[in-house]
Design a protein around this ligand. Sequence first.
Ligand code: EPZ
Length: 422
Amino acid sequence: MDQFLIKGSSRIAGEVTISGAKNAALPLLAAMILAKTPSTLHNVPLLQDVRTLIKLIAGMGIVIKKDQSTVICDTKTIDNFYAPYDLVKTMRASILVLGPLLARFGEAEVSLPGGCAIGSRPVDQHLKAFEAMGAIIKVENGYVKAQAPKGGRLIGCDYSFDMVTVGGTENVIMAAALAKGTTRLENCAREPEVVDLANMLVAMGAKISGIGTANMTIEGVDELYGCEYSVVADRIETGSYLAGALMTQGDVLTKSTSPLLLRPVLKKFEAMGATISSGDDWIRAQINKRPQPVDIRTQPHPGFPTDMQAQLMAICCLADGTSTIIENIFENRFMHVPELKRLGANIKVDGHTAIVKGVEKFTAAPVMATDLRASMSLVMAAAAAEGESLIDRIYHIDRGYEDVENKLRALGVHIERINPKK
Ligand code: EPZ
């Protein structure tokens, strides 16, 4: 398994270009299944999760090709509606093909995604909504077997999600776009990636109002057509690199991104003492002293994003005071805590609350990445630490951060990827 060797005491400073968002690219790729004619998607990040979803879609007989950061998809040769466990188990967002297959072809057999390190991550909300649209859903041998009602088409309905779910909202608006009649949704997720998907569906001919709000109305149409679209910038990648500046009294400029995508994060960075400047497509974070402590609780957008919790915690570990972090979205998203403590952090966890007492500095140690966003918090902490750290299981980071070593090197991080087995 690859590891990162990181020489510490770096000041994280420089410029980095942000890639397309993983969490937008995945639903957008799934949405291409809905189109009768070819679609082209630009600014697709080159990530393990993207490769997995492309492989899964290709397995349905669909022609889908990635050339650099552009993906072209032509669905006319589709010959099955099946998403196998061996692929879905490695990338749980594969469940997002369920809505498009069910809506366009009236049937789908998709493996239930397992849980993952951060939680059990059920998909009950997705399935309940499809049943409300008339689908017959059976869960057998670890697979969701879904059939549209007789006549082959989902039926628009009024539906309110029991809790805010990004994937649930995405799966259902894709299905509703081709349903017969109107679907009125309440308690929708409002993440920028959900907005990006809705905007692409509109470009394909869907009729959606209330985009970006908790209540969306989708008027089903008979057909959707291919379009040319570009993936929104990755707000979590942006926040992750800016966080490196706050940990090392640095100065990071992120380009090809937008301050509108991560306002709750930038507000916290300013509260910690960073100077944040920005333009339409760039954000800069500078700080020349120890960060101040903050209190955060993760919430659905426009609250503080759970995907930035580990990175913010790493900054709090070096703050001049005590911070409180409450994780409200996932049941097990503090696995980076014991690893940060190996680097010298002072953190006490009580259920969903972490109390972080700032220390002067991290000291190097061998640590282990446990999930995607925790990996980046450990990389930044190791870059700030005194001495040389080894980070194990960095395959997690390859799932969600494109070209990560070169981007970190451009920010002054001394990083080397090694594989002890080779
Ligand atoms: C998306 O996951 C993101 N992944 C996650 O990013 C992100 O953390 C999450 O949204 C929250 O913002 C992608 O977009 C590919 P949810 P998703 O459905 O859709 C519970 C990363 O690091 N729930 O909003 O799976 C669920 O267990 C990843 O990039 C149900 O109970 O998240 C969780 O506690 C990690 N039943 C909460 O809701 C359901 O049917 C939010 O989940 C669906 C969800």
